[in-house]
Design a binder for this molecule. Structure first.
Ligand code: SOE
Length: 386
C-alpha cells in the first residue's frame, strides 16, 4: 500500500456516485484549480451502476470516462484519489478497498451507516496514513467561510467560555405523506434518517466550532409518516423523520441539536447559535456570507449583534474568490473542501475531519439512537376526578 510512485503529473481522480452529491463534488473538482493554488488534477472516471446514465453524467460533469465496476477502477494505476459519493451502505466497502489499494479517499458524510463500519474505516485510514495515504470525511459546512471565522473567534476567546449552543438543521421534503420512498428512508441503505443525514452536520459543527468532546447524550427520534408510496405499493419507512439531542460537552457546555425533514416550509435551514460569557455568535445558512457577533464586553449601551459580511480577503477562503462584497454560495463549500484535501495530500499533512473524527460523530449518533430507544420518564398526571 503506497501512493502512486513516480507520478509527477496531475493526480488522477475517480468518483463513485453521480447523484446530488456527485454533481456538487464534480463541480468542485472542475473548478478548484482555477481559484486555488493546488496540485493539478484530472477527472479521470465516474462510476455508477447504470451504464447509460453514468456515461451521460460523466460527459456533463467533466469526467473523461465512465465505468460501472468500482472494483476495477480503484485498482487502476492512473488513479490517485477516490471520491465516494455513493449511498452510505456502500461507504465502508469501497473506502477500505480504495485505501488498501493505496488511494487517497474522500467520502461523503456521514462516515458510514453503522458504528462497526465506521470503526473499520477509521482502522483502515490509520493504517493507510502510516504509508502516506490520506483520507477525509465530507462535512462540507466546515468550509463555509463564516463558520470557519466563527471557529477562529471562539478559539481566540471572543465569546469567552461557551455555555450553550443551539444547532438546528431543518428541511421539509418529507412533509407530504405522499412523498415517495427512496433509499434515504430505508435503514439498510441509509442507516438512519434525519439523524445521520443532517443531524450529523449539526453535531459535527458543535465539535468543529467548540473543539470540544461530547461526554453524554440524551436523544429522541420520531417517524411521523411510517408508510410511503413505493414503486410496487406502500412501503414501511424504517428511519426517523426527525431527531432531537441534548449533548453535554467536556468543557461543561450544553448543546441542543435538532434535525427534521418534516419542518414545513424549511427548505434547507441550518442555524447555529453560540452563547458565551463574553459574547455570542449567530449563523444562518440562508445568509451564509454573514455572521452575527455580539461583544458582551462592550459598554451595555453600545451592545447589539453586529453583522459581519464575510467576504474580506483575510476571511477564510475568500482571498481566492471575488473582490470584497461579492458573495459566494453553497457550492463553494465543496470547492474549499477539495482545496483543503489536495493541500493536505501535497503537504503530507492529515486532513480534517479525518475518518477518526467521522467515527467520533458516529458514536454520538449511535448514542442518540440508544437514548431514544430507552424508556423516558413519563409525566404522572393526576387521575381524572382526583
Ligand atoms: C439531503 O438531505 C442533503 O443533501 C444532505 O445529504 C446534505 O448533506 C445536506 O448538505 C443537504 O441535504
Amino acid at each position: 500500500m503506497s501512493p502512486r510512485t513516480g507520478n509527477t503529473g496531475p493526480l488522477g481522480v475517480a468518483m463513485i456516485g453521480y447523484a446530488f452529491m456527485g454533481k456538487a463534488h464534480s463541480n468542485a473538482w472542475r473548478n478548484v484549480a482555477g481559484f486555488f493554488d493546488v496540485p493539478a488534477v484530472q477527472q479521470k472516471v465516474l462510476v455508477g451502476r447504470d451504464a447509460t446514465a453514468v456515461a451521460e453524467a460523466a460527459g456533463k460533469y467533466g469526467w473523461a470516462e465512465s465505468a460501472t465496476d468500482w472494483r476495477s477502477v480503484i485498482s487502476r494505476d492512473d488513479i490517485d484519489i477516490v471520491d465516494i459519493c455513493a449511498p452510505g451502505w456502500m461507504h465502508a466497502e469501497i473506502a477500505v478497498a480504495a485505501l488498501e489499494a493505496g488511494k487517497h479517499v474522500l467520502v461523503e458524510k456521514p462516515l458510514a451507516n453503522t458504528l462497526s463500519e465506521a470503526g473499520l474505516m477509521a482502522g483502515a485510514a490509520a493504517k493507510a496514513r502510516a504509508a502516506g495515504i490520506q483520507s477525509m470525511v465530507g462535512f462540507n459546512y466546515r468550509r463555509v467561510p463564516a463558520l470557519a471565522l466563527a471557529r477562529k473567534l471562539i478559539a481566540e476567546g471572543r465569546v469567552g467560555t461557551v455555555r450553550h449552543v443551539r444547532a438546528a438543521y431543518l428541511q421539509d421534503w418529507l412533509t407530504d405523506p405522499q412523498a415517495p420512498m427512496t433509499w434515504r428512508l430505508r435503514k439498510e441503505t441509509a442507516g438512519s434518517g434525519a439523524l445521520g443525514d443532517i443531524a450529523s452536520h449539526a453535531v459535527d459543527q458543535v465539535l468543529f466550532l467548540l473543539g470540544d468532546q461530547v461526554t453524554e447524550v440524551s436523544g429522541r427520534l420520531r417517524t411521523f409518516v411510517d408508510r410511503r408510496p413505493g414503486p410496487d405499493g406502500p412501503e414501511d419507512v424504517t428511519v426517523d423523520d426527525a431527531a432531537w439531542a441534548t449533548l453535554s460537552l467536556a468543557s461543561g457546555a450544553i448543546a441542543s441539536v435538532e434535525a427534521s425533514r418534516v419542518a414545513t416550509g424549511r427548505k434547507n435551514s441550518l442555524t447555529i447559535e453560540i452563547y458565551g460569557d463574553k459574547g455570542a455568535i449567530l449563523f444562518d445558512l440562508e445568509n451564509l456570507n454573514e455572521l452575527r457577533f455580539l461583544d458582551a464586553t462592550a459598554p451595555a449601551r453600545e451592545q447589539g449583534y453586529r453583522r459581519i459580511l464575510v467576504t474580506e480577503p483575510d476571511h477564510p477562503y475568500l482571498q481566492a474568490w471575488w473582490p470584497q462584497g461579492h458573495i459566494i454560495g453553497w457550492e463553494h463549500t465543496f470547492t474549499h473542501q477539495i482545496r483543503d484535501f489536495l493541500t493536505a495530500i501535497q503537504d503530507g499533512t492529515e486532513p480534517s475531519p479525518s475518518f477518526e473524527e467521522g467515527l467520533n460523530v458516529q458514536y454520538i449518533l449511535d448514542a442518540v439512537e440508544e437514548s431514544a430507544a430507552a424508556r423516558s420518564t413519563l409525566i404522572k398526571l393526576p387521575a381524572e376526578g382526583a
